[in-house]
Design a protein around this ligand. Structure first.
Ligand code: FHN
Length: 727
C-alpha cells in the first residue's frame, strides 16, 4: 500500500495587481474576506533573538518574527555587475539583472563588466539614511544574484567585488550604517548560480560550456561556505532571503539542510520560503505540505485577502526592473506605492520595495524622489503601519484598516483613500463602543465627533482631507473588534450524491448561531446551531449570529444541491482488484495508465490529436518518464479511475507548467497555461466504479511538476492513489 501524507489544502485567492492604479483613479485589488489576523503576541514588539519558549525549549516563532512583523516595510536592493550595462545589450534596452542569460552573454564576455564596476559614488550612510527616512526598517541586498558575482569579500571565489577597481566591501559599510541608523541588515542570496562550474543545470544556450565534472554537492558546500562568511563576518543579520530555488537540481532536502545550517550560525535569523522547493511561483506562498521557511514571498503582487496565521512579504519593483535599467522610466507613482503599503499592511503582510542602484553607486533620482515622498507620509502616519495587524473588516469601500490591540481594546487605523464629500465617514458592522478618534496628521489630536447609527459608527470629518493620497484616522474602541460578520459555512462541498454534513462557524466571541431552511432570515426562535447537521435533499440554509436573543450579524445563505452521479463504465476486469487491496507485484498489468510522450514548445496544451507521440506505453502514475529532455515536452495519460463509492469528488492538479484533467471526457480541472507551480481544482459526482480519466501536462522550460490529487466527503485530500488507476 502506498501511504499518503494527509495534505491540507490552503485555498489561496490571489488578485493580480490592478493596473487601473496606473491611471488617475486608484482601484486596488479588493481586500475581500480578511479574517482578523492577530499574531499570538499582540502588538508589542520583541527582539528577534527571542528567549526560547519554556514549553518547548525552542525559540518562540512569534517572538522571532516580532521585529520583522512589526517592521512591515523594508528596502530591497538589486545591485551588481548587471548595473554596468544598465539594461542595454546589442542595441536592446529591455534587460535587467538577468542580462547575462536573457542576452545570452558568454561568461568571458560578461566578465568584461568586472573591471568596469567601480561605484565611486557609493555612500552606505546615504543609502541607509534614504531607507530610514522613507520609513523602512530593514534592508535586503543582493550579496550574490543569479550571475554568481559576489558583492562581498568572499574567499570562496575571486568573482567578487574585491577583484574590481572598487576593492571595498560594500556589505561591511552597509552593515555599519544600518547599525548606526537602527535598521536591520539582511542578505539576498541566489541558489541558482550561472557562473560557478559546479552549479547545474547550465543555461540551455551555453552549448559550449561543458558540465563535465560539475558536482552539485560541491556547489552546496560552496554555498554553505559563503553563507558562513555572510553570517559570521557582518554582525547580526535579520533575514537570509533566498531566491533562484526553482531549478530541478534544488529540492526540499537541500532546503531544509541549508535552513538548519543558517539557523545554526544565527539562531535568531529569519529565512524566507525560497530556501525550499515548495513556493507557488510568483504567488509566493508555500504549497500545502511543503517546507516553507519562516515566511512567504508574493512577488509583484498582493494577496487578495489577509492570510490568517501566515507570515508573508510582497516584494516589488518601483519600475519594471529589479536591477538598474537606464531606459526604464515606468516608475509607480508615490500614490500607488503608499496605497499598496496600506493595502499590504491591512492584510497583515510586509512590503519589500526595490531600488536598483547605478554602477556609480547611486539610487536613480526617480527612486530617491519616491522614497522622500513616502517618508513624508510615513512621518505622520507610520504608527498606522508599524506593529499593526490585519484589518478585522473584509472590505471597506473608502479605503483600508489596520489595527493594534491595546490593554482595554483596540486602535483601528482607518486609511481613508476616498474622502467623504459630506464629511461623514461610515464604519459599518462594528458593535464596539467608540472611545475617541482623531486624525494622525493632526498634532493636536483634535477629537472627531462619533455617533452610532444602528450597526455603524459615523465619524464627522473636516471638509478637506489632510493628505491627498491616504488620510489616517485613529479610532479607539473598547474590547476586541466585535463585527457583525455572519457565520461561515465550513463545508467545502456544495453538491452531494446521497447526503451532506453541513457545518457552520463563527470566530466571534459570545454569539450563538441560529439557522433556518429556506430563504427566511433566522429569528431568535430558529434552531440553535450546536453541531453539524445532515441534508439529504437540495437545501437552502440560512444562518445568522445572535447575542442575548438579538441578531448581531447579517444572514448568510448557501444552497446544497443533490446531484445524480455519472454512471460508471462497464469495464471488465478479470480478477477484480478492489480499491484498497494491496497492489501486489505481478498483479494483472491492468493497474496503471497509458501514456503518450510528445516534444515541442507550447504556451498551452496543444491539440494532441494532430500529433504523433515520440514515445508511448504504460506507466504506474503521473510521472515524467521516459523522456528525452528536461524541457519542451508533454505527457498525456489515459485510463480509468475506480472510485470506491458514489460521491462528489474534487480533483486537483498542481503543476508547472500547464495541465488539464478530464473525467468521462468532461473537463473537470483547467490548469492550463504557462505558469509556475499552481493548483486548480474541480468537482464531479461519480457513481462507484470505473470512470474514464485523462490528464494532459506540458512543460516549457525551468522547473516542472505535476501532482494529481483527489478528495471526497469521506476521503481527505490525497494524491490520487495508484491502485485507483487502470488502463
Ligand atoms: O529571478 C529573480 C529576479 O531577478 C529577482 O531577484 C526577483 C526578486 O524577488 N526574484 C527572482 C524572480 O522571481
Amino acid at each position: 500500500m502506498i501511504h499518503r501524507l494527509l495534505i491540507f489544502s490552503l485555498i489561496l485567492f490571489i488578485s493580480g495587481f490592478d493596473n487601473a492604479m496606473a491611471q488617475s483613479g486608484v482601484s486596488l485589488p479588493n481586500a475581500s474576506a480578511s479574517l482578523p489576523f492577530l499574531s499570538p503576541r499582540g502588538s508589542e514588539s520583541q527582539s528577534s533573538t527571542a528567549m526560547p519558549d519554556p514549553a518547548t525549549g525552542k525559540p518562540d516563532p512569534a517572538a522571532q518574527m516580532a521585529w520583522w512583523s512589526d517592521a512591515r516595510f523594508g528596502m530591497f536592493i538589486h545591485w551588481g555587475l548587471y548595473s554596468v550595462p544598465a539594461g542595454e545589450w546589442n542595441g536592446k534596452t529591455e534587460y535587467g539583472e538577468w542580462i547575462r542569460t536573457s542576452a545570452e552573454i558568454p561568461l568571458e564576455v560578461y566578465d568584461q563588466f568586472r573591471p568596469r564596476f567601480n561605484p565611486v559614488q557609493f555612500d552606505a550612510d546615504a543609502w541607509v539614511r534614504m531607507a530610514r527616512d522613507a520609513g523602512m526598517k530593514y534592508i535586503v541586498i543582493t550579496s550574490k544574484h543569479h550571475d554568481g558575482f559576489c558583492l562581498f569579500d568572499t574567499k570562496q571565489s575571486e568573482f567578487n567585488i574585491m577583484s574590481t577597481p572598487f576593492k571595498r566591501d560594500p556589505m561591511r559599510e552597509l552593515t555599519a550604517a544600518c547599525e548606526k541608523y537602527g535598521l536591520k541588515f539582511c542578505f539576498y542570496y541566489s541558489i541558482m548560480d550561472w557562473h560557478h562550474p559546479d552549479y547545474l543545470p547550465r543555461r540551455p544556450w551555453e552549448k559550449t560550456r561543458s558540465s563535465d565534472g560539475a558536482d552539485f554537492d560541491r556547489y552546496v558546500s560552496y554555498m554553505k561556505a559563503q553563507l558562513k562568511e555572510l553570517l559570521t563576518n557582518y554582525g547580526e543579520i535579520g533575514v537570509l532571503w533566498f531566491d533562484g530555488e526553482w531549478e530541478s537540481t534544488w529540492n526540499e532536502k537541500h532546503g531544509k539542510e541549508i535552513y538548519q545550517y543558517v539557523k545554526s550560525l544565527q539562531p535568531g535569523i529569519l529565512v524566507n520560503n525560497r530556501v525550499g522547493a515548495g513556493r507557488l511561483d510568483m504567488e509566493g506562498l508555500t504549497k500545502a505540505g511543503a517546507f516553507g521557511g519562516d515566511f512567504g514571498t508574493p512577488e509583484q503582487q498582493i494577496p487578495a485577502t489577509g492570510l490568517p496565521g501566515v507570515y508573508w512579504e510582497t516584494c516589488m519593483t518601483m519600475n519594471d526592473h529589479w536591477g538598474y535599467n537606464k531606459a526604464d522610466k515606468n516608475f509607480k507613482s508615490t500614490k500607488e506605492i503608499i496605497l499598496m503599503l496600506a493595502d499590504i499592511a491591512s492584510k497583515g503582510g510586509n512590503y519589500l520595495l526595490n531600488v536598483g542602484p547605478t554602477s556609480e553607486g547611486l539610487f536613480p533620482q526617480e527612486s530617491r524622489d519616491r522614497l522622500a515622498a513616502i517618508g513624508k507620509w510615513m512621518a505622520s502616519n507610520g504608527e498606522s503601519v508599524y506593529g499593526t495587524q490585519a484589518s478585522p473588516f473584509s472590505q471597506l469601500k473608502w479605503g483600508r484598516c489596520t489595527q493594534k490591540l491595546t490593554a482595554t481594546g483596540a486602535i483601528l487605523y482607518l486609511h481613508v483613500f476616498d474622502w467623504p464629500s459630506d464629511g461623514q465617514l461610515e464604519l459599518s458592522g462594528v458593535l464596539n463602543t467608540a472611545e475617541k478618534a482623531y486624525l494622525l496628521a493632526d498634532p493636536a489630536k483634535t477629537p472627531l465627533r462619533i455617533k452610532r447609527q444602528n450597526d455603524a459608527l459615523v465619524i464627522s470629518l473636516p471638509e478637506r482631507a489632510p493628505d491627498t493620497i491616504n488620510s489616517v484616522i485613529a479610532l479607539y474602541i473598547q474590547g476586541k473588534p466585535d463585527l457583525t460578520d455572519p457565520p461561515g459555512f465550513q463545508t467545502v462541498f456544495d453538491t452531494f450524491v446521497d447526503s451532506l454534513s453541513v457545518s457552520l462557524v463563527s470566530n466571534r466571541d459570545n454569539v450563538q448561531i441560529r439557522y433556518s431552511i429556506g430563504t427566511k432570515d433566522p429569528s431568535s426562535t430558529s434552531p440553535l446551531y450546536m453541531r453539524p447537521f445532515t441534508v439529504k435533499e437540495t437545501t437552502l440554509v440560512s444562518a445568522r449570529c445572535f447575542r442575548d436573543g438579538k441578531p448581531v450579524s447579517g444572514t448568510v445563505r448557501k444552497e446544497f444541491r443533490k446531484v445524480a452521479p455519472r454512471a460508471p463504465h462497464p469495464v471488465r476486469v478479470e480478477d477484480p482488484v478492489r480499491v484498497g487491496d494491496p497492489v501486489r507485484v505481478g498483479d494483472p498489468v491492468r493497474v496503471g495508465l497509458r501514456y503518450r510522450y510528445f516534444e515541442g514548445a507550447w504556451d498551452s496544451l496543444p491539440d494532441f490529436t494532430t500529433m504523433k507521440p515520440v514515445k508511448e506505453g504504460i506507466t504506474p502514475g503521473f510521472v515524467f518518464t521516459p523522456r528525452n529532455q528536461d524541457d519542451l515536452f508533454s505527457f498525456v495519460y489515459d485510463g480509468y479511475v475506480q472510485v470506491p463509492e458514489s460521491d462528489v469528488y474534487i480533483f486537483f492538479t498542481s503543476s508547472d507548467d500547464g495541465s488539464c484533467l478530464w473525467i468521462d471526457d468532461q473537463l473537470v480541472v483547467n490548469n492550463d497555461g504557462l505558469h509556475g507551480l499552481t493548483e486548480k481544482s474541480g468537482s464531479i459526482a461519480l457513481a462507484k466504479g470505473f470512470h474514464k480519466i485523462r490528464v494532459a501536462f506540458f512543460e516549457r522550460t525551468g522547473s516542472d511538476t505535476l501532482e494529481v490529487s483527489v478528495m471526497s466527503q469521506t476521503k481527505p485530500k490525497q494524491r490520487l492513489p495508484a491502485e485507483w488507476l487502470f488502463y
